[in-house]
Design a protein around this ligand. Structure first.
Ligand code: GDP
Ligand code: GDP
Length: 444
C-alpha cells in the first residue's frame, strides 16, 4: 500500500521548505531538479516517531509575476486536494493574514480530508497575538508553529501521524515468496497506460483491483507465464489542467511513490527522443532506493524504419548512462506488443538477482581473489586489510566487508570491488551495496 501522502501548501515564502527540511533533513530529501517540470519539487520518505509517510512540498516559484503566482497557488491546492491524504496549509504569522490565504481556505473548506491550518513564524510566545487575525478565517483549529525555531513542529506532526500505520510493521522487502511488484514509470506520454493495458489486456478491470490507500495508486494482481505479479499502476493520474507543470508534478510524485513500493521499476523512455534529465533522474532515484531497474525504450515502431536508430540510442546511452551498465536496456512497442515477451523474460531474472544470497564461503573466495588480483592502496601509510565478508540483506543485495580501516577504503577501490562482485555472480538489473566495517581481530 502507498504511504500516506502529506502535502505542505501555501503561498511563497511562508516557510514551506523550511518546514519540509526540518522533517525530511537535507540529506534525505529529494529536491528534484527536473527541467520542464520543476526546479523545486521537494519529496521525501519520512520516518517520524515510528510512523512512515511521504512528505511533499510542491511550492516555490521561478517567477514572481502576479497572475502566474495565483495560478501556481491554485494548482498547489488542486494538487493537495487530488493527491494527498493530509493537507498542511501554511500561512505567515509575521506578514499577517493575506487575501490569498483566505482564497485558499475557501477552496479547501469543501475538501473532506484532514487539513491542518497552521500559522508559521510564530517564533516567540509574545508574537502569538499577531496570529489572532487568522481566527477571522473561522477554521476549526488554528495552530501556530515556528519552522525555523522548531517550535510546535513535533506536536503538529504527532497529531498528523497519529492514525498512520506503524513503520515498525517491517516492510516485507526480504520476503522471497510474495508476488513480484512491478511498476511502470517514466515521464508523461512515454506510453505507460498503453503498456499496462497491453499487458493486462482484457483482464484490466479496475473494479477488481485492490485500491491502495491513495485513490490514484492501484495495485493490480496478475499472472503471466505462471508467475504471479502485482502491478503498481501509476497511470491513473492524467488530468488536463491549466497549469501544465503542476499536472506533471502529480505524475512525478506518483512515480516516486510507486518506486518506494515496487521491487522492479520498468522505466519507460520514448524512443523518438534522446534521453532526458527527467528519465535519468527517475533512474537514479530508483537506484538510490535499491530497486531493480529495467530501461525500456518504447515506441520503437516509430523509429525502426530509420537505419541508424539503434546506433543513435546506444550512442546516447554510452554518453549518459555512466556507471549504470548493469541496467538492462530493452526496446519495445506498447502499441504493437513487440518486446514484451523479452521484457517478461527479463523481469524474473532481475527478481532472482535482487534476491540473490551468497554464502560466506564463496564470498570470501571472491574477496581473496579480488584483493590478490589488485591490492588495496595504502591509506595514510597503513596497509588496508580485509578480513572477511558476509551478506547482510537482499533487495538490494548488500554486503559487509570487515576491515582494519573502514574509512581508508578509497571510492575507486570500492568501485573495483563492486565491479568484481558483478563479474563473480549475476546481479544484472539490481543495485548492489558494499559496506565496510571495522574489526580488530582476524577471523580464526
Ligand atoms: P517557502 O517559499 O514557503 O518554501 O518558504 P521558505 O521555507 O523558503 O522560507 C521563506 C523565508 O521565511 C526564509 O527566509 C525562511 O528563513 C523564513 N522562515 C521560515 N520559517 C520561519 C520561521 O518559523 N520564523 C521566521 N522568523 N522565519 C521563517
Ligand atoms: P503515459 O502518459 O505514459 O501513460 O502515455 P500513454 O500510454 O497515454 O501514451 C501516450 C501516447 O503515446 C498515446 O497517444 C499512445 O497511443 C502513444 N503510444 C504509447 N505507446 C506507443 C507505442 O509503442 N508506439 C506508438 N506509435 N505510440 C505509442
Amino acid at each position: 500500500m502507498s504511504l500516506p501522502l502529506v502535502a505542505i501548501i501555501g503561498r511563497p515564502n511562508v516557510g514551506k521548505s523550511t518546514l519540509f527540511n526540518r522533517l525530511a533533513g537535507r540529506d534525505r530529501a529529494l529536491v528534484a531538479p527536473m527541467p520542464g517540470v520543476t526546479r523545486d519539487l521537494h519529496y521525501a520518505e519520512v520516518v517520524f516517531q515510528g510512523k512512515r509517510f511521504t512528505l511533499v512540498d510542491t511550492g516555490g516559484l521561478s517567477t514572481v509575476h502576479i497572475d502566474e503566482l495565483t495560478a501556481e497557488v491554485n494548482a498547489q491546492v488542486q494538487f493537495a486536494i487530488e493527491s494527498a491524504e493530509v493537507i498542511v496549509l501554511l500561512m505567515d504569522g509575521r506578514e499577517g493574514l493575506n487575501p490569498e490565504d483566505e482564497e485558499i481556505v475557501t477552496q479547501l473548506r469543501r475538501v473532506a480530508k484532514p487539513i491542518y491550518w497552521v500559522v508559521n513564524k510564530v517564533d516567540a510566545p509574545s508574537l502569538e497575538k499577531l496570529s489572532y487575525e487568522f481566527y477571522r478565517l473561522g477554521v476549526p483549529e488554528l495552530r501556530s508553529i515556528s519552522a525555523r525555531e522548531n517550535i510546535g513542529v513535533i506536536d503538529l506532526f504527532e497529531h498528523i501521524t497519529a492514525d498512520f500505520p506503524d513503520a515498525t510493521e517491517e516492510e516485507d522487502s526480504q520476503d522471497e515468496n510474495r508476488p513480484t511488484r512491478v511498476a511502470f514509470v517514466g515521464a508523461p506520454n512515454v506510453g505507460k497506460s498503453t503498456m499496462i493495458n497491453r499487458i493486462l489486456g482484457e483482464k484490466r478491470l479496475i473494479t477488481s483491483a485492490i485500491p491502495g490507500t491513495t485513490r490514484d495508486a492501484i495495485d493490480v494482481p496478475f499472472t503471466l507465464r505462471d508467475q504471479p505479479y502485482v502491478l503498481i499502476d501509476t497511470a491513473g493520474i492524467r488530468r488536463k489542467g491549466r497549469v501544465q507543470h503542476m499536472i506533471e508534478k502529480f505524475a512525478v510524485v506518483k512515480a516516486l511513490q510507486a518506486l518506494d513500493r515496487t521491487d522492479i521499476a520498468v522505466l519507460l523512455h520514448d524512443a523518438t527522443s534522446p534521453l532526458t534529465d527527467q528519465t535519468l533522474h527517475v533512474l537514479s532515484y530508483a537506484e538510490e532506493r535499491g530497486r531493480g531497474i529495467i530501461l525500456l525504450f518504447n515506441k520503437i515502431d516509430l523509429v525502426e524504419q530509420k537505419p541508424d536508430w539503434l546506433a543513435a540510442i546506444k550512442h546516447d546511452l554510452g554518453r549518459r548512462l555512466v556507471g549504470l551498465d548493469w541496467v538492462p536496456v530493452m526496446y519495445g512497442s506498447a502499441e504493437t506488443g513487440k518486446g514484451l515477451k523479452k521484457l517478461f523474460e527479463t523481469i524474473p531474472i532481475v527478481r532472482e538477482n535482487q534476491l540473490r544470497r551468497l554464502q560466506t564461503g564463496p564470498l570470501n573466495r571472491y574477496l581473496e581473489e579480488a584483493v590478490a588480483h589488485h591490492g588495496a592502496p595504502m591509506s595514510h601509510n597503513r596497509p588496508l586489510k580485509f578480513y572477511y565478508m558476509t551478506q547482510a540483506i537482499v533487495r538490494p543485495p548488500s554486503f559487509v566487508i570487515f576491515t582494519n580501516n573502514p574509512a581508508g577504503v578509497h571510492f575507486s577501490y570500492r568501485r573495483y570491488l563492486v565491479n568484481r562482485l558483478r563479474d563473480f555472480a549475476p546481479f544484472e538489473g539490481t543495485p548492489i551495496r558494499l559496506m565496510f566495517r571495522g574489526k580488530k581481530k582476524e577471523r580464526a
